[in-house]
Design a protein around this ligand. Structure first.
Ligand SMILES: Cc1ncc(COP(=O)(O)O)c(C=O)c1O
Length: 386
């Protein structure tokens, strides 16, 4: 079955097939928001997400985050001061989507393809939910956007088609081959050569630390272009240069197959979540969601970068690190958080671990020292000082 049909079945919604999640988020923001509106978002997400928000002409209002799960801390937000919210559902831990009534909500469910809240799948709460096929399903690049009404679906399909660039069979085959290669390398414990190859092939964007270069002057110029999204391609395409190229039958067939096989991994994923949740370093939010097949299990450790290097030596790549928070990374382009310390702490200390490879990772992560207490935790600060 096609990826869009499978996700329509999971969510009970209308679905739109896309070459990437990021294109879907852009389309949803353009469809439900108007340029100049204020969008509340977490500072802890992938680089491209900030740039597509800017491309949509919105003001990124950076939210305080919770040290429990790295998502927006709604208790410290005045929702009436923004027009819309973009959730992240970081590593699969759900945002407080039920408490976001009264504003437009766009759900980024890239990390949360298998997370439910009260038995209802994420992606069905907001005006739109956008899935990424490269995450849980490991199906190469691709995305699916789900919405409530057929009229919205049709309008979004038209808007998508205006932005699509032509695909090529060669490119589809490369996407499938890369995806198969990645999964095999991990399975066969050959991730180190695979990481080196990905870097050599330019499949990973050059980075300054964990973020791509901001190039603020060029960015400002691109934002003043009437072209919209295409003017920001150089930023939005991070790690996925064909993010708006059509995909053909081969890629879609492969993606459907990978999605169909997700339930087969569910028990192993849940076992990994349960095992990692026993560690003293696990983020507290995980303990409330051990029944969810998370994308990654966030640990909060003292020497995160040392742990990333140690894991890589054991053949376990660590991805999905978003450091520093957007308001430190791109300060002139956002409305900064009123309480940035928690995000800085989280971004510095979080170590996301793939629950499917929990046993292998445990050799390294079991002995890691926990992060220092989070900022604002005076009780713990005092205990540490004593
Ligand atoms: C939180 C989050 N959202 C969205 C995306 C973008 O997904 P895609 O690569 O399918 O565009 C990513 C990619 O890493 C991500 O981590």
């Amino acid at each position: 079955m096609s990826p869009e049909k499978l996700l329509a079945a999971r969510t009970g919604r209308e679905s739109v097939y896309l070459p990437s999640n990021r294109l879907g988020l852009y389309l949803a923001l353009r469809h439900w928001c108007t340029p100049g509106q204020r969008l509340l978002m977490s500072p802890i997400s992938a680089d491209e997400i900030l740039f597509l928000v800017l491309a949509a002409g919105l003001v990124p209002v950076i939210a305080p985050i919770s040290v429990l799960d790295g998502n927006i801390e709604l208790a410290r937000v005045t929702l009436s001061a923004v027009d819309a919210v973009l959730t992240t559902n970081l590593y699969g831990l759900p945002d407080e989507v039920m408490a976001m009534a009264g504003v437009v909500v766009i759900e980024d469910v890239a990390h949360a393809a298998e997370t439910s809240v009260g038995g209802r799948p994420l992606g069905t709460f907001g005006a739109a939910g956008v899935f990424s096929l490269s995450k849980h399903a490991g199906a190469g690049s691709g995305g699916v956007l789900v919405v409530e009404s057929a009229a919205d679906r049709r309008a979004l399909e038209r808007e998508r088609d205006l932005l699509l660039q032509p695909g090529a069979l060669r490119r589809d085959l490369l996407t499938v081959a890369t995806s198969v290669g990645r999964r095999l390398a991990l399975k066969l414990d050959m991730a180190r050569p695979a990481i080196r190859l990905a870097r050599a092939l330019g499949l990973q964007e050059p980075r300054e630390g964990y973020r791509i270069a901001l190039r603020p002057d060029e960015l400002r110029e691109a934002l003043s272009s009437p072209l919209g999204l295409p003017a920001l391609d150089a930023w939005v395409r991070a790690d996925l240069h064909d993010y708006r190229c059509s995909r053909g039958a081969v890629a879609r067939w492969y993606q459907g197959r990978r999605l169909e096989r997700l339930p087969a991994d569910r028990a192993r994923r849940l076992a990994g979540v349960a095992r990692l949740a026993e560690l003293p370093t696990v983020a507290e939010g995980v303990l409330h969601h051990v029944d969810q097949p998370l994308f990654r299990v966030p640990l909060l450790v003292a020497d995160r970068d040392g742990a990333v290097a140690a894991l890589e030596r054991r053949g376990i790549p660590t991805g999905y690190l978003y450091h520093p928070p957007y308001d430190d990374y791109a300060e002139p382009f956002v409305e900064p958080s009123t309480a940035p310390e928690a995000a800085r702490w989280w971004a510095r200390h979080v170590l996301p671990v793939d629950p499917l490879y929990a046993e292998r990772a445990l050799q390294v992560v079991e002995s890691l020292l926990p992060a220092p207490p989070p900022p604002g935790d005076r009780l713990l600060d005092r205990a540490a000082a004593a």
